[in-house]
Each structure stands twice: as C-alpha cells, then as structure tokens.
Design a protein around this ligand. Structure first.
Ligand SMILES: *Cc1c(COP(=O)(O)O)cnc(C)c1O
Length: 429
C-alpha cells in the first residue's frame, strides 16, 4: 500500500504532483509520503497488538531525521548499527529505552555512548564483542544489558548479499556456542543478560524461514530460562519483504501471527526490527531524462534505447549492487509508443543503471520519471562517487511538501579535504 498515484496523467504523492516538486527542488530528488510511513507503522504495530512488543524501526533502511521522527512520533523505537545512528536516533526523538544496538563491529567509543544513554540492549555478535562490552561497562561502573544474536542457520531464500542467518555468514553466533557465551555473560558483574536476538536476512517473501528461525530461538530461550537466566526480550529482527515488481510477500498480519504463535506461552516482550517494509514503498526517486541514445538491438531486430538520467548508482545503488528491480513510471503525461530501453545514470561505469532491458514509454530528454519503491536503502546507501553531491529529500503530507534534507553543495564535497603541504607551490596556502 502506498500513496503514489496517477491522476489525470500526472504522478502524485498524496496531494502533490511530483512534477511540481521536481521543478521547485530540482532533480534527482527523493520524495517520501508521510501518510504511507504512518500507515505502515500502524499496520505493523496493530498486527502485534495481542502481545507485549516494541517496534524498533531499523533506521539503516532510511536514516533521514524526518522519516525516523514519523515513526518515533507514533511510539516507535529504533534499531541502530553505529554511533552515528545512535546520534541521529536520539535527535529524532527515539526514547533510549526503545533503542537496540545491532551490528558485528561495535567500537569502544560507540559502546560507551550507548551505555551513557542507557539504551534497551546490545545485540551481541561475538564472544570478543561481549568481552569488549564487559570491559567498557566495567570502566563506566555500569551494567550493560545484552542479547546474543543467534545464527540459526536457516536459508532466507533471498539475495546472497542480504542473507544473514546462514552458518557461513559473518552474523550472529551458532546456538551451541551461544549457550556457552550466555553462561559466561551471566557470571559477569557488568553484563546483564536480558534477551535473545536473531535476524536472518532482508527482503524475505515467505514466512517459513521466519518460522524455522523462531523455532530454534524458542528452544534456546527455554534452555536459558531453565538455567535461571531472566530472558525478557526476544528480538526477531526485520527482513519482511515488499513488492518491487511481482513479489508477493506475506502481509504483516500473517507474519505477525506466525511470530506470535512461535513464542506463545513465554513471558517475554517481542522486539521487531522492520526496516524495508516500513519505508520501501513510501519513497520514490524522481530523476530527469537528460539525453536519449539509440543503438541497434544487441538481440538482433530493432533498436535499443538508453535514457540517460540525472540520477546514478551513487544516488540509488540497489540496481547495480543487487540487480534489483525498480518500476519506472512517467511523472508527467506518458509519451506515446513503447521502446526497449535501459535507464542509465551519468556515472562512468557500465554497472550504472536504474533499469535494464525494459519496455518503457518512448521518453524524451526533459521528461521526468520516478524510480518507484526507492524509500529503503536508497538515499541511505547513496555516495559522492564521481564527485556528485547527494540528492535532496522531500517529505509530502497531504497537499504540502517540505525539503527534509537539502541537496548537497559542491563546497560540502570537499569539506575537510586539504592539499598536503609538500605539494603546495611556494607562497601559496
Ligand atoms: C538491516 C537489518 C534489519 C532491517 O532489515 P529489513 O530487511 O530492512 O527489514 C533489522 N535488523 C538488523 C540487525 C539488520 O541488520
């Protein structure tokens, strides 16, 4: 469900035509629908209404402050993976007691910041990390609340780059080892065991891997409780997929019912870390066709078109990185006729494309198009490759829109950069 709709040959975000935003703010520009963000949070929250739960929005999917605040205003917590994300989450109104900290490479300064703020818990991914947290907490004379992230060895049946719960992945600790680590942790004065954590991957389109993982987590939870540990939280991670093209991921309710059932009878609070499902379909990337090119079709008959747009793989990396699909939709009136085409960016790499081998309207230079479902892992993965300023971000609510992040300036591109003194010409600074 989302609020991007074609009305009278104009693509609207809620009550605002995207062409108006493109004209006023320029392109490329990310546009988010506030109504869609709120709707997604509510649907997800209601799906778990029957049990104690905390939704911790996984902000690496989209870390814009206004996006995070759209959720925290509704009571959401946040799942963070760095000290930078901690700073952003707090600035966007996340209550520390609803912040969980995931990730395999937490640094001492990051652990210290999180302890200072009294976050809900650390999701620990190795014995050495556990030891590091213990050491930092001891220095601060604090007790660090922890869960261990289990690697349940289930196949999420998704893209290998976003599979995280297979035993060959760098994530989590296998269950037999985790039991030993829990026993060690339970004896430490500066560690407080509070939960069990798991996250098996992203863009899952079936419920069964979630159920398989949950069953293994449940067994562990029961074992730990038997050993006298006070397991209060079970964090099942994120990973629920969305529709980019023709995928049919489970509805949040179906997913929630399966999770709830998996942990029924246990006296625990569920923690959910949805990312993509909250923001993916709530955002689009609007870009303008700058040039068009036509070559003889590599498949023989006819010709192939290139629509060269002003957004590149630095703005939206997913197609290059995972070969992912984003629907391409005209922002204004669709030109007549269809052609075989690639939508490509200005970057000097052949992997720089937003769409490949599509049948698309015969766009002309000057036309604006939208890459749909770009709200998750879009701007948050963008870079300055080819010295391109990162794009602006806009949020729409009803009939109004506001810039929620200005387009980067050229000056910002070289902030902090210095010419080495031994390279400077005499007399120059
Ligand atoms: C990325 C991530 C998530 C969110 O995944 P989605 O597929 O976007 O829902 C949740 N938890 C952890 C630990 C993650 O790394």
């Amino acid at each position: 469900m989302h609020h991007f709709k074609q009305k009278k040959s104009e693509l609207y975000c809620e009550g605002v035509p995207l062409s108006r935003i493109a004209k006023a703010v320029g392109t490329p520009v990310y546009v988010y629908s506030h109504a869609t963000l709120s709707h997604h949070y509510r649907i997800f929250d209601e799906a778990f209404a029957a049990v104690p739960h905390i939704i911790c929005y996984s902000m690496k999917a989209n870390s814009n402050g206004s996006v995070i605040r759209s959720f925290t205003n509704l009571g959401s917590g946040v799942d963070i993976v760095s000290g930078g994300e901690l700073m952003r989450a707090l600035a966007a109104g996340a209550p520390p007691k609803k912040i969980v900290y995931s990730g395999v490479g937490k640094q001492p300064w990051e652990i210290e910041e999180a302890l200072k703020r009294d976050i809900l818990m650390f999701n620990v991914e190795s014995r050495e990390e556990l030891e590091a947290i213990d050491a930092v907490a001891a220095k601060m004379k604090k007790r660090a609340p922890i869960s261990i992230r289990i690697n349940p060895d289930v196949d999420p049946k998704t893209h290998p780059y976003v599979s995280t719960g297979l035993k060959k992945n760098k994530f989590g600790i296998r269950i037999e080892q985790a039991i030993k680590d829990y026993e060690w942790a339970a004896k430490r004065k500066h560690i407080e065991v509070v939960g069990v954590d798991c996250h098996i991957g992203s863009q899952l389109t079936e419920v069964s891997p979630f159920i398989d993982a949950a069953a293994r987590v449940r067994l562990l939870v029961e074992k730990l409780i038997k050993k006298g540990m006070d397991i209060r939280y079970v964090d099942v991670g994120g990973g629920l997929g969305i529709t980019y093209n023709d995928e049919l991921p489970p509805e949040p309710k179906v997913y929630a019912d399966a999770i709830i059932k998996s942990f029924s009878g246990l006296d625990i609070t569920l923690i959910l870390e949805p990312g993509r499902v909250m923001v993916g379909n709530a955002g689009v990337l609007v870009t303008q066709v700058r040039y068009t090119k036509e070559i003889p079709s590599p498949h023989g008959k006819g010709s192939k078109h290139f629509f060269i747009v002003d957004a590149g793989m630095n703005d939206l990396a997913r197609p290059s990185l995972y070969g992912s699909y984003h629907a391409i939709v005209p922002v204004g009136k669709a030109p007549r006729g269809k052609v075989e085409a690639d939508v490509v960016g200005p970057i000097c790499e052949s992997g720089d494309f937003l769409a490949k081998d599509r049948t698309l309207p015969a766009f002309k230079s000057g036309d604006c198009i939208a890459a749909m479902s770009a709200g998750a892992y879009g701007f948050s993965m963008s870079s300055n490759y080819n010295s391109r300023p990162r794009s602006a971000e806009v949020m729409v609510s009803g009939a109004r829109y506001e810039i929620v992040r200005e387009r980067e300036t050229l000056k910002e591109l070289v902030r902090g950069e210095k010419t080495a003194t031994f390279l400077r010409k005499k007399g120059a600074k």
